[in-house]
Design a protein. Structure first.
Length: 238
């Protein structure tokens, strides 16, 4: 996999890239390409390699923030810890949600088994995970959902879709039964569409990633994805 990585935002302390679906941030155990292979090209004249500030699953496309120096990395990490960063995701649900908007609160814990490998589950002793959601568009048997997570737990939106909305993300290989997951997707259809990082004394870092081709091919409409609640209400009434 050899890819060009679009840059959505750039200044002296930060980059936001549009991470392609299928590109892991860390080197897979079995080897293969990862984001590290592109960091040298992303120096863009700086001496230091940029460093990812947060994580996106391998399948997830869209906005990924990179810090260009250690001081910026420290400040950005603190902003994430304090939940001051606004992240927006678009997801295609293999089904329809119960309503048009809401908030999902579940405690998540990690489990593993030899048969299924590791995954996250809802558990009373897990860590709190909070996501706000709204219906953006209906696509036949599927729905487009906008998620705005408050927390950043592993697989948070995937399990929130499955357990909180009653249907897994289209193409998700882990959560939900094979019948529930639906067909017609080569990956888990989750896209990090927007990111806003507040900064003291400087303009916010703001980036928006355009819809990826597989979302467009399914019929997801950019205007509806941007309009959110109004488009969701229209889809619900239609």
């Amino acid at each position: 996999m050899s890819v060009d990585i679009p840059i959505l935002f750039e200044d002296g302390e930060a980059l936001v890239i549009d991470k392609p679906a299928g590109l892991p941030i860390d080197r897979p155990r079995k080897g293969g390409e990862c984001l590290e292979d592109h960091l040298d090209a992303l120096k863009l004249g700086f001496q230091r390699l940029p460093v990812p500030v947060h994580r996106l699953d391998t399948d997830t496309s869209g906005c990924l923030l990179l810090a260009r120096n250690p001081k910026a990395l420290k400040r950005f990490n603190k902003a994430f810890e304090e939940r001051r960063v606004t992240k927006t995701y678009l997801a295609v649900l293999a089904g329809h949600p119960p309503g048009t908007s809401g908030t999902i609160r579940l405690k998540l814990a990690k489990i593993s088994s030899e048969a299924k490998g590791w995954r996250m589950i809802a558990a009373r002793k897990g860590k709190e995970a909070v996501s706000h959601w709204e219906l953006v568009q209906k696509l036949g048997a599927h729905s487009v959902i906008r998620f705005t997570p408050e927390t950043g737990r592993t697989h948070q939106l995937r399990i929130h879709a499955h357990k909180g909305l009653g249907a897994p993300l289209l193409g998700d290989p882990i959560y939900g039964s094979e019948d529930q997951r639906g067909k017609g997707a080569a990956r888990t259809l989750l896209h990090a569409s927007g990111l806003v990082m507040p900064r003291d004394g400087k303009p916010d870092i703001e980036a928006r990633a355009p819809l990826p081709p597989d979302f467009v091919a399914l019929g997801v409409v950019e205007a509806e994805a941007e309009n959110g609640a109004e488009a969701g209400a229209g889809a619900e009434n239609g």
